[in-house]
Design a protein around this ligand. Structure first.
Ligand SMILES: [Zn+2]
Length: 430
């Protein structure tokens, strides 16, 4: 039995701090000990020499240990074009994305990028992500192979597109269905891998393909559905042209039975109360991707509208690389704070860290497996360094409370803040 022990200050959430007082929402053990066994957390509590007896302990001073970060929306093939200049969504897709994605017909190329991508996620402290591959089966196989080798809990799927993209990136409703079905059978539930049926967004799928996507999703209980919704105004106008019988963008996905538990909708910028009410009623999830929304000039997600106590909507953070500009969830939180400010609301540090960990896990229907440091949970956690840079060390000297320290992480923290990442109890190399 593989046992490991980690000592340090331990933060974990027990409730949603959007609806509960921060002090009632989390646990913090100043000098704690996590013991893991066979990939799961066996025990967590205050450190004592007796508790650690006979174990080799990784002791992290000047650090906070928290659950691994969760990214609900990211495109691994876009790693090679992150930070591409000058366009908004639709032109950006045509100019950069649809060019880069054509490389993934090559299994070799896909493998190379999947490896770098997963390494970068772990280096930034992200242990679970919902990932878009490309239309090519090879891109999905390469991704799951590398994720399996690392034993990371990942959600991923083959992009479905049968119109409005370059010919090499198109499948058909039938082919997309068959290829996805085979991938689900091969990968969904194999080790820690999970499958997401992935129509890119309404404009690149015919009604026949959206219908096939819904069949795939419903025929395979436990799989996810991931797509994009209401990111950019040009996109909204285009959807209206393509689906004239649908009043609202969300109506397109509702019409094809694509909204429900374990469906993840990236962005959700230009939406209103009826959409929030539908998400609540249908138990669907919104992926909040602020670095991307600012980079592509899309707008500000209304986080506190979504998290309204009367009809809460499940929200997780997303980086949306390569529309997003960073793999780091800490940098994403920095931009989420600013997006909230632009809406005249304030995202506090406990709310931020909740979204990054337990909140993200719950929004992805994995709240009983990951996102918390509690006995029985999968042992994915990270070590955040209070002294990662000279400036961080200096600034932390003036942060007296846990709330202040966490807020400094979420405003000036980044990949350098992550001293170690543990996946299923194993310390990862990066
Ligand atoms: Zn996206």
């Amino acid at each position: 039995m593989a046992t490991s022990a980690v000592r340090g200050s331990i933060l974990s959430f027990t409730k949603d701090p959007f609806f509960n007082a921060p002090e009632d929402s989390h646990t913090f053990i100043e000098d704690g000990l996590i013991i893991t066994q066979d990939g799961h957390i066996k025990s967590v509590g205050p450190y004592t020499p007796q508790a650690a007896e006979g174990l080799t302990v990784d002791h992290y001073k000047d650090a906070i240990i928290c659950p691994g970060f969760i990214d609900s929306h990211i495109h691994y093939p876009q790693s090679q074009m992150i930070g591409a200049y000058g366009e908004q969504l639709l032109e950006w897709l045509n100019t950069y994305t649809f060019v880069a994605e054509q490389d993934f017909a090559s299994r070799k190329h896909a493998g190379k990028v999947a490896k770098i991508f997963l390494q970068e996620l772990l280096r930034c402290g992200t242990t679970t992500a919902a990932v878009y591959c490309t239309v090519h089966v090879e891109s999905v196989e390469a991704f799951f192979e590398h994720s399996s080798a690392l034993n990371t809990r990942m959600i991923a799927g083959k992009v479905l597109m049968d119109r409005n993209a370059p010919a090499p990136l198109l499948d058909t409703a039938e082919r997309g269905y068959e290829e996805s079905r085979a991938l689900i059978e091969q990968w969904h539930g194999r080790g820690r891998q999970l499958y997401a049926v992935t129509p890119r967004f309404a404009p690149t799928s015919t009604p026949e393909q959206l219908d096939a996507a819904a069949r795939l999703w419903h025929e395979h209980p436990g799989t996810y559905l991931q797509t994009h919704l209401s990111e950019n105004l040009g996109e909204l106008a285009w959807v209206k042209e393509l689906f004239p019988d649908c009043d609202r963008y969300l109506d397109v996905y509702k019409k094809f039975n694509l909204v429900g538990p374990r469906s993840i909708y990236g962005h959700c910028i230009h939406i209103d109360e009826p959409d929030f009410a539908d998400f609540n009623r249908l138990n669907a999830t919104m992926g909040h991707c602020p670095t991307s929304n600012f980079f592509l000039g899309s707008g500000c997600f209304k986080l506190f509208e979504a998290k309204k106590a009367a009809r809460p909507v499940k929200v997780a953070l997303g980086t949306d690389v390569g529309g997003g500009t960073s793999f780091s969830i800490l940098e994403t939180l920095n931009e989420a704070y600013k997006a909230a400010q632009m809406n005249q609301t304030r995202l506090n540090a406990f709310q931020g860290f909740y979204l990054a960990t337990r909140g993200g896990a719950e929004a992805l229907d994995l709240g009983d497996k990951i996102g918390s440091i509690e006995p029985g949970y999968e042992a994915d956690f990270i070590v955040l360094d209070l002294k990662a840079t000279p400036m961080m060390e200096f600034r932390m000297d003036y942060a007296k409370t846990l709330a202040e320290k966490l807020f400094v992480f979420m405003t000036i923290g980044d990949d350098r803040s992550v001293r170690a990442t543990y996946v299923a109890g194993r310390k990862m190399e990066f």
